[in-house]
Design a protein around this ligand. Structure first.
Ligand SMILES: *Cc1c(COP(=O)(O)O)cnc(C)c1O
Length: 386
């Protein structure tokens, strides 16, 4: 969340004064309007706003692809644990792929890790860095795999001029507090595929979906309840109006930092440097000690990649201990269909991912830095680089 204020207060107040907080039956139609505006922004046909966050969006998307026990899903070893947990929630097994120097899933490792059990790839547009979507979609096509995009850290970002989340079969977004636009919590999925949309939507309303006029093309199944409310819809509509200017300012600051400091710092490459959303700049050091020394000089806005906790597969406790459900009988690691699948999460699975994160320092960007603040940051980064 970068910019929130009077617009969101007024929008939320309007809903409260209307006393129509449920998304159906009122006059305001905030959720429905957000969904239309978001789908239009992305250039897709369908989207659904949900209270459950990016995690719920991912789980709904995986369920929509009818992925379950006996299936493997390829995910990167560097992503929020939610990417992995949503696969397990559906009863399938996440298989970890390396990231490359751009912090995104390595297409070469995807190719190496595909087996007859693979059903989908989840590329994650980490920290505003777009994945190599054209190559990934091509690989998926050759092998008949679904592509579910995790755009939670890149709401509204693009790759080759096309919004992330619209390259694959279905895109998942998070609007939690830490994301580019936010209503505190919440999320969304978006797709052009009507049946996938229906199945994902079905997953979001406990087998009822009583308020919608969708005529389901399949028997409705029991699932979760992630219905969004009108306050969230109203806030997100205001956030959406701010999205492009937030991204433009993030990109401007990122570009300034890179242009000013390339003589003394080595910034990591991007699959599309001008489209990198720029929530951070990431700097490569020769080793971990040099990176740490740099971060210490910078303070709170700098952090080593390897310190990103539950963003790194070796820290995903439920996967490490193979306890992925509340009762053993529902733990996918125990399912007979999943025996023989590659449920391996040791450091040896993706050594390159860990090596890169040990050498990479992240510096968080604020799109609202004034000229003077930006100058100070540049001076501080330059001094620390020595
Ligand atoms: C934040 C995040 C999620 C989960 O989003 P929530 O809204 O917290 O459920 C999933 N994947 C990535 C990469 C994220 O950063």
């Amino acid at each position: 969340m970068y910019r929130i204020g009077k617009e969101e207060i007024d929008a939320a107040a309007k809903v409260i004064y209307s006393k129509q907080l449920f998304r159906v039956g009122g006059e305001l139609h905030e959720c429905e309007n957000f969904e239309k505006e978001w789908a239009e922004k992305l250039g897709v046909k369908y989207s659904l706003l949900i209270t459950g966050g990016g995690t719920a969006a991912l789980t709904s998307a995986i369920a929509a692809c009818q992925i379950g026990p006996g299936d493997e899903v390829l995910i990167p070893g560097y992503t929020w644990i939610a990417t992995a947990s949503s696969v397990l929630t559906c009863g399938a097994i996440p298989v970890i792929c390396e990231i490359d120097e751009t912090l995104t899933i390595d297409p070469e490792d995807i190719k190496r890790k595909i087996t007859p059990q693979t059903k989908a790839i989840i590329p994650v547009h980490m920290a505003g860095h777009p994945c190599e979507m054209d190559t990934i979609c091509q690989i998926a096509k050759e092998h008949g795999l679904y592509v579910i995009e995790d755009c939670c850290q890149n709401d509204g970002g693009t790759y080759k001029g096309k919004r992330v989340g619209t390259w694959g079969d279905i895109g998942c977004f998070s609007f939690n507090y830490y994301k580019i636009i936010s209503s505190g919590e919440g999320g969304c999925f978006a797709t052009n595929n009507e049946e996938l949309f229906q199945r994902a939507a079905c997953y979001c309303d406990c087998g009822s979906f009583f308020w919608s006029d969708i005529e389901f093309k399949f028997p409705v199944f029991v699932a979760q309840q992630f219905r969004a409310n009108e306050i969230q819809g109203a806030i997100m509509r205001e956030q959406l109006k701010k999205l492009d200017s937030i991204i433009a300012d993030l990109k401007r600051v990122r570009k300034t930092l890179i242009t000013e400091l390339s003589d003394c710092l080595k910034f990591i490459p991007s699959k599309s440097p001008d489209e990198d959303t720029g929530v951070n700049v990431v700097i490569e050091f020769p080793d971990e000690a040099a990176g740490r020394a740099f971060c210490e000089k910078i303070g709170a806005i700098a952090m080593m990649g390897i310190d990103h906790g539950k963003h790194i597969f070796t820290n995903w406790t439920p996967l490490q201990t193979k306890t992925a459900y509340h009762v053993p009988a529902m733990n996918p690691f125990n399912f007979p269909q999943n025996q023989g699948l590659r449920a391996n999460y040791g450091a040896e699975v993706c050594p390159k991912t860990l090596e890169l994160l040990k050498k990479y320092a992240f510096v968080a960007i604020n799109p609202d830095w004034t000229e003077d603040e930006l100058k100070d940051i540049i001076a501080k980064l330059r001094a620390a680089a020595k």
